[in-house]
Ligand binder design. Structure first.
Ligand SMILES: Cc1ncc(COP(=O)(O)O)c(C=O)c1O
Length: 400
């Protein structure tokens, strides 16, 4: 666990090394060891929980999946919670009862591919909506311009652990009678106007992939308020089975297993504390980057409380003599790893090239600018200082 600090205490940045040369050019690195980019480790309690399931012999979905549905479900703010095998099939299970083949679905041009690929898998037509430059989230104003008679739904992502403009999306949906699915794979426990984000829309999906804030290896969950929708999702999840070998409808095997459920329940004990540590880290990094010209962290949508699955900055290409990728290489040499989420927008993906590009210039430009810095509950005071010092040093060296 990181050392507890007051949320707004400024980060103390180490004094620059005497020669001030970048480590990539032979100077002294800011951090002698590489700062961990994320923290996905299992505790002894998590391992013990998994081993107890192994000893029990009850490996399929059973009491631990039920417990995860109950406990994580309570945190979503929705009436129903259904575990499943991963976040991609969570999307598929949510889309199938709500959207029909041929429907036009408004989707983010800036997201992970699964949000959109499962729209395509349903036989729907994705209509790309641009991102808001300051938040990287789904731009409701752009979405409203792209509505046609065939538009039947919205599939919006709460990206990076931040939150979209839910009121805006719900108002648009109400005006045009659209179904809404929110992809909260990256935003466990995030809030909108002091309520959990799972309380909004027709369905909300989550991923428990290894690196997610609650990571079980693979895993997912769908939350919703509607009883009939919850029933449809449960049937689709397990071959439409209503009694042993009695299949009311055609479905899939998208069930979770109890080893995964046990790891999820055990990690859930720490999720709130870890989330609040991420939030404190983000407040302090935001404050430290305020005065670094050309470096802009994404803001939160007003009224929302993000959970910082990722901490992403924009590197303004007009302010630096090098590209974002060269900037990242120089940071790595200073001991600060980073990652690009994502190197191209969804309309630029070969798999989606047959769909209308629909003009999403902001998403196109984000692909050249975004850089995710280390962000997790285990970042120490020294890690935070070194991240700020390294970004500041690289930015000064390459400033135009
Ligand atoms: C926004 C988003 N949606 C969906 C998914 C898919 O989840 P999974 O990898 O569990 O299938 C991910 C996973 O990275 C994601 O980040």
């Amino acid at each position: 666990m990181a050392t507890a600090t007051a949320p707004h205490a400024p980060i103390s940045v180490p004094a620059p090394a005497a020669d001030n040369r970048l480590a990539i050019d032979g100077g002294t690195p800011i951090s002698k060891t590489t700062i961990p980019f994320m923290s996905t480790g299992l505790s002894d309690a998590d391992i013990g929980a998994a081993v107890r399931v192994l000893h029990s012999g009850m490996l399929r979905a059973a009491t631990k999946c039920d417990e995860l549905e109950r406990r994580f479900g309570a945190m979503t703010g929705a009436k129903h919670a259904m575990t499943c095998a991963n976040g991609t099939c969570a999307l598929q299970l949510a889309y199938e009862p709500l959207f029909a083949p041929g429907d036009e679905i408004l989707v983010p041009a800036w997201s992970y591919i699964a949000t959109v690929s499962m729209v395509v898998a349903r036989g729907c037509v994705p209509v790309f909506v641009d991102a808001i430059p300051g938040t990287a989230q789904f731009d409701v104003a752009d979405a409203s311009k792209k509505i046609t008679k065939k538009t039947k739904g919205i599939a919006a992502t709460h990206l990076y652990g931040l939150v979209v403009d839910i009121d805006g999306i719900q108002a648009l949906a109400k005006a045009h009678n659209l179904k809404v699915v929110y992809d909260a794979a990256q935003s466990h426990l995030a809030q909108y106007k002091d309520k959990p984000i799972g309380a909004f829309g027709d369905a909300v999906t989550y991923s428990f992939y290894a690196t997610k804030n609650l990571g079980t290896g693979e895993g997912g969950l769908i939350s919703c308020n509607d009883d009939a929708l919850a029933r449809s999702i449960k049937l689709l999840r397990s071959h439409g089975e209503t009694d042993k070998y009695l299949h009311e409808s055609v479905g899939y095997n998208y069930r979770m297993n109890d080893i995964t459920g046990a790891i999820g329940c055990s990690k859930l004990d720490r999720l709130e504390a870890q989330t609040s540590q991420r939030q404190k880290n983000a407040v302090r990094l935001d404050a430290a980057f305020k005065d670094v010209a050309g470096i802009t962290p994404f803001e939160q949508t007003p009224g929302t409380k993000g959970v910082y699955h990722l901490y992403v900055i924009k590197i303004d290409p007009a302010r630096f003599t090098v590209s974002r990728d060269q900037f990242a290489k120089a940071l790595m040499a200073e001991g600060v790893p980073s990652a690009v989420h994502y190197p191209r927008s969804l309309p630029q993906q070969p798999a989606l090239s047959r769909f209308d590009k629909n003009d999403t210039p902001i998403a196109f430009s984000l692909a050249q600018q975004v850089l995710a810095l280390p962000m997790h509950h285990d970042l120490s005071e020294a890690h935070l200082s070194n991240i700020v010092a390294a970004v500041t040093k690289v930015a000064s060296a390459y400033r135009r």
